[in-house]
Ligand binder design. Structure first.
Ligand code: PSU
Ligand code: MN
Length: 358
């Protein structure tokens, strides 16, 4: 335990060092170490302490998106993509009532094979106490797939600043009646982690999602991929959504300079970088709109509410569009993970060079 605490302290000290004159801005941040509720793997602790590029990966995508064992194949593939691009993956989730940052192959396998079990929960910020607190009561050890919101919280506790995933939650269509706004958006407003995703599926209200992110003080930008001028914020399956991205990014190096400046100021809010789906997998907007309208109607008829709604709509979309949307989904997550790793590497490089100059 003492040794683990040292790794976390070493990381904080390095970070303070890299901030130079703005030290006072971060002096009050608490140190995070392992506890009965949290396990940060040795590999992740060491990589963070040694300032290697660490990339957080979420687990709701495996527990509430893909069936077993396809989810295991995807989880392993994403971890290897981080590694072959020079990074260290930190898959984040809850297993046996313990929040985990960085999981071994056996732990990951056990988590993703619980799909469909009543002991497996979809966990966002509000759910931590319930899922972690019940361990030991009636021998009940719950598992959890962490959403973007919950994954950001745990990544931040472990000192990880870059997180790559598939799609962001958002403001739901019909919000004026339901008040359904994903906790991902408020989390981005209060947790300093940069999330790389392919934007929101258009079953969400994209213009309102961007408005809400602005209100929450979230930096939102989209990779241009060689395009000139303004570009659309992407709609997951489609590169264009008809809604302009507030900011545009040329490449990972530019994204890194933005994360660096944001963090150097000690801002406690997050960033969202949208990476449009690779062109060859993009599904025409009109085709997806038809499928999404049908999925929304069917989900409404099923009468689900709250946290269950997003997984149900996603499953319906998959049912209607089949292999094409699954292939698109995989290809975009892979592209995001590669981008996220390059961004993490560029950020580390920038900060190490910055320290050497001072
Ligand atoms: N959108 C997707 N794929 C996903 C999710 C959203 O296209 O896997 C998951 C993510 O984990 C996201 C969560 O954080 O759903 C949002 O759920 P809700 O809408 O209930 O906040
Ligand atoms: Mn919701």
């Amino acid at each position: 335990m003492v040794r683990l605490a040292c790794a976390a302290m070493q990381w904080r000290a390095t970070r303070l060092g890299s901030l130079g004159k703005s030290q006072t801005l971060v002096q009050n941040r608490s140190l995070t170490t392992n506890s009965p509720f949290l396990n940060i793997s040795e590999e992740v602790q060491q990589a963070v302490a040694e300032r290697r590029p660490v990339v957080a990966l979420e687990s709701t995508i495996y527990t509430h998106g893909f069936p077993y064992p396809a989810n295991l194949a995807l989880a392993s593939r994403l971890e290897s993509l981080v590694r072959v691009n020079g990074g260290v993956p930190a898959t984040i989730g809850i297993l046996d009532g313990i929040a985990r940052v960085g999981m071994g192959a056996d732990e990951l396998m056990r988590l993703v094979s619980t799909v469909g079990s009543p002991n497996l929960r979809k966990v966002s910020r509000r759910d931590f106490g319930f899922v972690l607190g019940q361990r030991g009561i009636d021998g009940k050890a719950l598992h959890g797939g962490t959403t973007i919101s919950a994954t950001m919280i745990l990544a931040n506790l472990a000192g990880i600043r870059i997180f790559a995933t598939g799609g962001l939650g958002g403001v739901h269509r019909g919000v004026e009646e339901t008040m359904d706004v994903s906790a991902d958006l408020t989390e981005l407003g209060r947790t300093p982690v940069a999330v790389v995703s392919s934007g929101c599926k258009s079953f969400l209200d994209i213009p309102r999602t961007l408005e809400y992110l602005e209100t929450q003080g979230v930096a939102v930008a989209t990779f241009a991929d060689g395009r000139e001028g303004s570009v659309d914020f992407p709609a997951f399956y489609t590169r264009d959504s008809g809604v302009k991205s507030p900011m545009v990014l040329r490449d990972e190096e530019e994204a890194a300079t933005i994360v660096h400046a944001h963090m150097a100021l000690g801002l406690q809010s997050g960033l969202h970088f949208a990476n449009p789906i690779p062109e060859e997998h993009s599904i025409p907007f009109a085709q997806m709109e038809t499928a999404i309208a049908q999925a929304l109607n069917e989900a409404k008829a099923a009468g689900e509410k709250g946290a269950a709604i997003t997984p149900i709509i996603l499953a319906k979309i998959k049912e209607i569009t089949g292999d094409q949307s699954v292939a698109a989904n995989k290809s975009l997550v892979e592209a995001n993970v590669i981008r996220g790793t390059k961004l993490a590497a560029a950020l580390q490089k920038l900060e190490i060079e910055g320290v050497e100059k001072t």
